[in-house]
Write a protein that binds this ligand. Structure first.
Ligand code: ATP
Ligand code: MG
Length: 246
């Protein structure tokens, strides 16, 4: 893997998000390089979604900074962050049921500032990449859950992001669909050269495709490393796998 320049990294520096009485995220330093897939894992309540929300502008930072390349994006609105090239999906797909799959995905490309023709091309390419182009003209209300979720990811991909944050993309998918999704995420990274931050409870996806894994517990980072390092890290086994299998 080529080394990446500092401009090609999404990073948080000592990010804190405190709710009343809860340090949901506590001094987290996270790095998501472009062109790589970074996993974000941890037990329930570890702070993964809150960190995700903080990076994408959906919750205010209590302290710390978020940079996209050289740009300090701390305190920016979600829309402004998306227009800069940092786009996220939601665990529950926020798809418009009365629009077709293509129309839904075009909303993504147009929302990122692409013009009509370019927006349509980006949407078509994204649908192709996600393997749902045959459903372009179907109403979103009529497609299966797995296809709806793929269309949700296609909408984010159609913005041609530099950084793509995926929130539990395998939730609700069966084993075959999950295996296919792992390949699709790699294909998205290869096609766009984007950095991917992946929150996912399905460890088969995390260990299959992440080049680096960031582990949180109780708001704090407890480990960062390669899949092999994480798999054998005693703190991770204790905090995450120990509890999961107890
Ligand atoms: N809006 C909020 N107000 C108060 N507390 C919150 C809020 N959002 C999250 N929390 C708390 O912050 C902590 C971290 O929650 P978060 O949802 O980020 O964890 P998570 O790692 O995403 O967990 P899961 O794997 O269950 O999705 C939890 O204790 C949660 O109850
Ligand atoms: Mg969560």
């Amino acid at each position: 893997m080529d080394s990446v320049s500092p401009l090609d990294v999404l990073s948080t520096t000592k990010v804190c998000v405190y709710f009343e009485g809860v340090k949901a995220v506590d001094e987290v330093d996270l790095e998501v390089p472009r062109g790589r897939i970074t996993g974000l894992i941890g037990p329930n309540g570890a702070g993964k979604s809150t960190l995700f929300n903080a990076v994408s502008g959906f919750v205010p930072l209590t302290a710390g900074t978020v940079h996209c390349g050289a740009q300090d994006i701390s305190g920016w609105s979600p829309t402004r962050i998306a227009q800069l090239g940092l786009v996220r999906t939601f665990q529950e797909t926020r798809i418009f049921k009365r629009l077709t799959i293509l129309e839904n995905v075009e909303l993504g490309s147009m929302g990122s500032g692409l013009s009509g023709v370019k927006a349509r091309k980006a949407a078509g390419d994204a649908l192709e990449l996600l393997g749902v182009s045959h459903l372009s003209d179907e109403l979103a209300a009529n497609v299966a859950l797995g296809d709806e979720r793929r269309a949700g990811i296609a909408r984010a991909v159609a913005t041609e992001p530099d950084f793509l944050l995926l929130d539990e993309p395998a939730a609700g998918l069966d084993d075959d669909e999950t295996a296919a999704l792992s390949g699709t995420i790699v294909a998205i990274r290869d096609a766009l050269g984007c950095g991917v931050l992946l929150v996912e409870h399905d460890m088969s996806v995390i260990f299959a495709i992440c080049e680096e894994i960031h582990v949180m517990d109780s708001g704090r980072t407890i480990a960062v490393g390669s899949p092999e390092q994480i798999r054998t890290n005693p703190s991770v086994i204790e905090a995450y796998f120990g509890r999961e299998h107890s």
